[in-house]
Design a protein around this ligand. Structure first.
Ligand SMILES: C[S@@+](CC[C@H](N)C(=O)[O-])C[C@H]1O[C@@H](n2cnc3c(N)ncnc32)[C@H](O)[C@@H]1O
Length: 261
């Protein structure tokens, strides 16, 4: 089983839940990237790993009249993109797009899934015009928070198999991103990190955990063990304070430029 196949299965099973639970969060966390990209006056913009198209509305607001193309490996995600984005099924490391035809190419919360992120950045570099802009977001430090610790402990106590690691750690710090940009023959313009807050409550937290990865881990247990585990999680998280449901992960933002000439 390749890493790409695991990611495809993960998102194919969860496209509806992703659109409802994560796309709005991704739009909020991606806003600083969109604000920093030179979108004003852009005529063609590319979203790599567009998912369900969360970027379509914010990009069309910042680049009115621009043609927005959204590519992703999965049709099950792309079938939800809004009409202002043109979807196309493509892999980030092999874009079927002509060179030098976009003013801006960006990718939000995708490149840590791509086994060869330098190849994906190379493709983004190839399809933008000389001097064109490239931007992406990535996860940095992801500290545990109390509700997540309960979930992890109870699944481990119940004997649920570990989830496969879907992400690599090649882009999870400002320093690594700088190195990756230079290795991709891009000029880093601004790379920065910001701690964000993703607040959930007991029911929202459980829905997220079950929709993304947890369902498969629990499915490996007997139905008694599963019921017992979920009951324990529910009991324990209901006793937690609201702050125990706040995920304060770090997001890395990167803006770079394709060199002219
Ligand atoms: C966390 S979602 C992000 C979606 C969207 N950018 C957003 O922020 O809502 C990750 C997306 O990356 C896509 N993806 C993963 N690996 C990919 C690859 N090698 N090429 C293209 N898309 C890929 C997945 O199918 C999924 O839609």
């Amino acid at each position: 089983v390749t890493v790409a196949t695991d990611i495809d299965r993960f998102y194919a099973e969860s496209a509806d839940a992703y659109d409802e639970l994560w796309a709005p969060v991704m739009a909020r966390l991606s806003a600083p990237l969109f604000d920093a990209l030179p979108l004003e006056g852009a005529r063609r913009v590319l979203d790599v790993g567009a998912g369900t198209g969360m970027a379509a509305a914010p990009i069309s607001r910042r680049a009115p009249g621009a043609e927005i193309i959204g590519v992703d490996r999965l049709g099950s995600m792309l079938c939800r993109v809004p009409p202002m984005m043109r979807p196309a099924i493509m892999d980030a490391t092999a874009l079927g797009l002509r060179p030098g035809t976009f003013d801006v190419a960006f990718s939000s919360f995708v490149l840590f899934f791509v086994a060869d992120p330098i190849a994906a950045l190379g493709e983004m570099r190839r399809v933008v015009v000389p001097g064109g802009a490239i931007g992406f977001t990535s996860w940095g430090d992801e500290p545990d928070y109390p509700a997540l610790s309960v979930w992890i402990e109870e699944l481990a106590d119940a004997g649920a198999p570990r989830a496969p690691a879907l992400r690599h750690d090649l882009l999870n710090s400002v320093e690594k991103v700088d190195v990756a940009l230079v290795a991709s023959d891009l000029r880093p313009r601004r790379v920065w990190a910001r701690n964000v807050e993703i607040q959930t409550d007991p029911s929202d937290f459980l829905r997220r955990m079950l929709a993304f990865g947890g369902r498969r881990r629990l499915a490996a247990l007997s139905s008694e063990a599963r019921t017992r585990c979920l009951r324990r999680v529910q009991q324990r998280i209901c006793e937690l304070e609201p702050d125990a449901f706040c995920d304060r992960s770090e997001v890395i933002y990167a803006i770079a430029q394709r060199p002219v000439g």
